[in-house]
Design a protein around this ligand. Structure first.
Ligand SMILES: [Zn+2]
Ligand SMILES: [Zn+2]
Ligand SMILES: [Zn+2]
Ligand SMILES: [Zn+2]
Length: 306
């Protein structure tokens, strides 16, 4: 188990969003104009495909531009979101912008075909310029965010990369097998705000699963929650089931569920209560003793849906 330090930190989910804008420059030499132009006309106009791509990069924010692409009366281009921010003056020449679209550049973009930016992760699809972005947001080869909760870890990658990262950088405990039996002990259970969270990774059925255990405030009520996430996509996660049991003093709570994909953030799963939720009073009851110490024994099992 990797006991977490302290206060919950929101995991930034923005980095995955941002990555869709970073068109991978290494792939640019592969793109092609769908209408092949002969050499002489290409030289008269745009001499290299890199040049075309540079033209489609907003000179202000350097992101790829999509229609409507704007230009100033002197021909300087900029993207529509930058246009909103520059108070109607061209950032390049300071001339008043007006409302001029650059239809020629929009048309050039239409004729481009580019490989998915996740080509190096295994995607071999090629897309027209305007539908590439949409594909990349849903591409099944897009990297996963690090599933570790409690820190703003920005590491992304495929599953083997993340498993290695969890083991080496977050010192997460790795277990082989599809059953587990864990004890969560906390000496001062009154301090839920100074929350604990733990992550254990299970390796079974040739897949990896993240078991999360944490304490947080549900409204005013302090609760503990355990849930499982699948290290892979949602369609595969649905092939599995898991059960969790916690008990003591002759009582028992049982949860059965479907692991959520790590595409769903830790926070999202937690906030939808898709797991075993144990109210603190009950947790202390399960713990026995004089309510001064939290001692929860959580057992569980993962199985493949037939
Ligand atoms: Zn821009
Ligand atoms: Zn200008
Ligand atoms: Zn793709
Ligand atoms: Zn990480």
């Amino acid at each position: 188990m990797a006991p977490g330090g302290g206060i919950f930190a929101e995991i930034s989910e923005s980095h995955s969003e941002d990555s869709r804008f970073s068109t991978a420059n290494v792939q640019l030499e592969n793109f092609q104009l769908s209408k092949p132009s002969n050499n002489s006309s290409a030289k008269a106009g745009i001499s290299s495909t890199n040049g075309v791509h540079e033209l489609l990069e907003c000179p202000v924010c350097t992101k790829s531009m999509y229609p409507p692409i704007h230009q100033c009366p002197n021909g300087h281009t900029l993207c529509s979101s930058c246009k909103l921010r520059v108070h109607n003056h061209c950032p390049t020449c300071r001339y008043e912008l007006g409302n001029i679209r650059c239809l020629a550049l929009e048309k050039v973009a239409e004729s481009l075909e580019l490989p998915c930016q996740h080509q190096n992760l295994g995607c071999s699809d090629v897309f027209p310029y305007y539908s590439k972005l949409k594909h990349e947001q849903m591409c099944r080869f897009r990297p996963y965010n690090c599933p570790y909760a409690g820190s703003e870890c920005l590491v992304t990658g495929d599953i083997p990369t993340l498993v290695t990262h969890l083991r080496n950088d977050h010192k997460v405990d790795m277990h082989d097998g599809c059953t587990f039996n864990h004890r969560y002990v906390k000496s001062n259970p009154q301090e839920v705000e100074n929350a604990t969270w733990m992550l254990t990774v299970f390796n079974c059925f040739g897949q990896h699963f993240c078991l999360h255990f944490e304490a947080f405030l549900l409204g005013m009520a302090p609760v503990y929650m355990a849930f499982l996430r699948f290290m892979g996509d949602d369609n595969e996660a649905k092939n599995f089931n898991y059960s969790l049991e916690v008990g003591g003093n002759g009582r028992k709570l049982i949860w059965q569920g479907v692991p959520r994909s790590i595409r769903d953030s830790h926070r999202k799963v937690r906030d939808s209560y898709d797991g075993l939720v144990i109210h603190r009073n009950m947790a202390l009851f399960f713990s026995g003793g004089n309510r001064q110490e939290l001692k929860l024994r959580v057992t569980g099992r993962i199985w493949r849906e037939q």
